[in-house]
Design a binder for this molecule. Structure first.
Ligand SMILES: *[C@@H]1O[C@H](CO)[C@@H](O)[C@H](O)[C@H]1NC(C)=O
Ligand SMILES: *[C@@H]1O[C@H](CO)[C@@H](O)[C@H](O)[C@H]1NC(C)=O
Ligand SMILES: *[C@@H]1O[C@H](CO)[C@@H](O)[C@H](O)[C@H]1NC(C)=O
Ligand SMILES: *[C@@H]1O[C@H](CO)[C@@H](O)[C@H](O)[C@H]1NC(C)=O
Ligand SMILES: *[C@@H]1O[C@H](CO)[C@@H](O)[C@H](O)[C@H]1NC(C)=O
Ligand SMILES: *[C@@H]1O[C@H](CO)[C@@H](O)[C@H](O)[C@H]1NC(C)=O
Ligand SMILES: *[C@@H]1O[C@H](CO)[C@@H](O)[C@H](O)[C@H]1NC(C)=O
Ligand SMILES: *[C@@H]1O[C@H](CO)[C@@H](O)[C@H](O)[C@H]1NC(C)=O
Ligand SMILES: *[C@@H]1O[C@H](CO)[C@@H](O)[C@H](O)[C@H]1NC(C)=O
Length: 379
């Protein structure tokens, strides 16, 4: 009865489907979609401690059974075997059986009548009374090895000194990500910038699979947050030019995954002017402004007065390098008065409806021009 209960809990969930296959494993190993591990059974037979060494020598370890899915998979894998293969369990001084990483053998995976006193090591029985079976360690049996496949990207470094943006997707996106992932991502952007990142779409098993973001070059830096899809926010920013995150997934249930788009933003503080009059230019004027400029200009004058602003010179890349004018004290699209770009803007004159004006200049990565110059006075 306990047996049925455990399996019905585990398997009423979605069966994962992913695009991974044997090509994700070293040759001679088979990939299990149900567990996201690679497996192989040795053709030779060994004692238990020789089997431990054998699996290590080929890059894996003697199998432990970590889920109902893995149990079913092993039953299928070994159902035709004449010799029951070794698992990575052995009896410790407390009399109980533990795997090579120190986890105790889950009681539901033992064959009926086990664990018996018939030895101190464990094999897997794939037919009839299936499950873990205590076996003398000196027996000669095949080794059943497993290893993590290479499912995380083979690089962890993204961006760089000259890279302003990028797109990163979860492994297997947009089909299906894999179980048991712990993938790392380090993003760097040019000096003097900070990184904004947005996860969209975000289609990930709620709570059990997650991305954690950190504000710096590794995950010892402060935690920034995690995307939550419909349950919360999905965009984040770093305070400097590096960002780290990891994608962790548990052993069951996967989904489509995520796509993260990141952009470097110039860390340029806003410029504020107030008083009776003033003048402003784009950075470096009359030399070319920089690529990826993003700067805000706040103008204010005495309450009850207005701002008469005149642009005397204006040359930018049409449609891409834009000076936006807002009739408000902040950048707010509802108060956008003009998007100015190109070379036929100047002279341009505007009288604000109140004593505030805000301007924002942005440039893209290609084609820089001399920019703009303006003056304003209280009226
Ligand atoms: C296995 O996956 C790889 C990478 O996604 C793909 O190129 C290959 O065609 C797949 N092979 C099979 C047999 O599905
Ligand atoms: C995966 O798990 C499902 C559900 O238990 C089972 O029907 C299927 O045979 C398993 N496949 C493999 C390859 O283990
Ligand atoms: C499994 O059980 C069947 C009948 O129940 C029997 O014929 C067969 O020999 C058994 N196999 C093993 C390996 O014990
Ligand atoms: C990563 O994998 C890609 C293709 O899958 C390959 O072109 C590239 O050389 C690999 N990079 C490294 C560092 O192994
Ligand atoms: C930002 O990162 C740079 C390295 O790119 C470092 O020199 C600088 O100290 C960092 N600034 C802050 C405030 O952490
Ligand atoms: C600009 O304001 C200053 C005082 O802040 C004043 O001395 C100057 O005459 C003004 N210039 C113009 C052109 O109004
Ligand atoms: C703004 O000032 C200019 C002179 O610089 C003047 O020609 C223009 O009429 C003024 N605009 C308004 C709406 O008063
Ligand atoms: C400010 O600009 C917005 C958008 O152009 C416009 O709808 C609004 O009427 C302006 N406000 C005033 C007081 O002129
Ligand atoms: C500014 O440009 C955007 C598109 O970039 C456009 O949707 C908007 O209507 C423009 N607004 C004005 C006031 O020209």
């Amino acid at each position: 009865m306990w047996f049925l209960l455990i399996f019905s809990i585990t398997f009423t969930n979605l069966i994962p489907q992913s695009s991974a296959n044997d090509s994700f494993c070293p040759s001679g190993w088979s990939f299990s979609l149900n567990t996201s591990y690679c497996y192989t059974v040795s053709s030779d037979s060994y004692t238990w401690s020789e089997a431990v060494n054998y699996c290590q020598s080929i890059g894996g370890q003697l199998v432990n059974v970590r889920s109902g899915r893995e149990y079913v998979f092993l039953t299928q894998l070994t159902s035709q075997n004449l010799l029951q293969p070794w698992l990575g369990y052995s009896r410790k001084s407390d009399g109980n059986f533990y795997d090579l990483t120190g986890y105790s053998a889950y009681y539901a995976y033992w064959a009926q009548g086990e664990p018996s006193g018939n030895g101190d090591c464990v094999t897997f029985q794939g037919q009839n009374n299936t499950g873990l079976r205590v076996t003398p360690c000196y027996n000669i049996q095949p080794a059943l090895c497993k290893q993590m496949p290479a499912l995380c990207p083979n690089t962890t470094q993204y961006g760089g000194t000259y890279t302003r943006s990028g797109v990163i997707t979860s492994p297997g996106y947009p089909d299906q990500y894999y179980n048991n992932l712990d993938c790392l991502y380090y993003i760097t952007s040019p000096p003097g910038t900070y990184i904004t990142i947005e996860f969209s779409p975000w289609v990930v098993e709620y709570w059990y699979d997650y991305v954690f973001l950190f504000d710096g070059p590794d995950f010892t830096y402060p935690y920034i947050g995690e995307p939550l899809g419909l349950y919360g926010k999905n965009s984040f920013e770093s305070s400097n030019n590096s960002l780290t995150f990891f994608f962790y997934t548990d052993s069951i249930i996967t989904d489509k995954g995520w796509q993260a788009t990141w952009t470097a933003k110039a860390n340029t503080p806003p410029i504020s002017q107030s008083g009776l009059n003033g003048s402003l230019t784009s950075d470096n004027y009359p030399n070319d402004y920089d690529s990826y400029t993003e700067r805000i200009y706040y103008i204010s004058t005495s309450f009850g007065f207005k701002i008469n602003l005149t642009i005397t010179d204006f040359i930018t890349e049409a449609n891409y390098d834009v000076l936006r004018v807002y009739n408000s004290s902040t950048v707010n699209d509802n108060y956008l008065v003009a998007n100015l770009s190109g070379s036929s803007v100047a002279p341009w004159n505007y009288l604000s409806p109140s004593n505030y004006l805000t301007l924002k200049f942005t440039s893209d990565g290609s084609v820089q021009k001399q920019g703009w110059s303006l003056f304003w006075f209280m009226q």
